[in-house]
Design a protein around this ligand. Structure first.
Ligand code: FES
Length: 109
């Protein structure tokens, strides 16, 4: 994404893979909404699928709602993942939380 408002980085301690989540935020009716979201994931197919699902689930949501997305909500939306691949979905949820944290921190400066 060109000129994101914030980038969140997250990694998996289990396998060493990592990802970046890029967000653009807009204000609508006094709420901060995720206007655009994309990702760059260096990981397995489950991590890429989780990242992609995360963007579908978070786009258009207020930050307060988006940051509450959990790994299990992502896994359920994918129709499940094999147990050894659950950790791959954690990265996506963590990446978005981090992007929102970075966005808020930038706004305070
Ligand atoms: Fe590393 Fe899936 S095995 S993210």
């Amino acid at each position: 994404m060109k000129d994101p408002d914030a980038v969140g980085n997250a990694g998996s301690a289990v396998c060493g893979d990592y990802m970046h989540v890029f967000i653009k935020v807009k204000e609508e009716d006094g709420k901060e909404i995720i206007d655009e979201i994309s990702f760059q994931t260096f990981g397995c197919a489950a991590a890429i699928a989780s990242s992609s699902m995360l963007t579908e689930m978070a786009r258009g949501k207020p930050l307060e709602e988006a940051e509450k997305l959990t790994k299990m909500e992502i896994v359920d939306a994918l129709g499940g993942l094999p147990e050894p691949k659950i950790h791959c979905s954690v990265m996506a949820a963590d990446g978005l939380k981090e992007a929102i944290r970075v966005y808020r921190e930038k706004k305070l400066k």
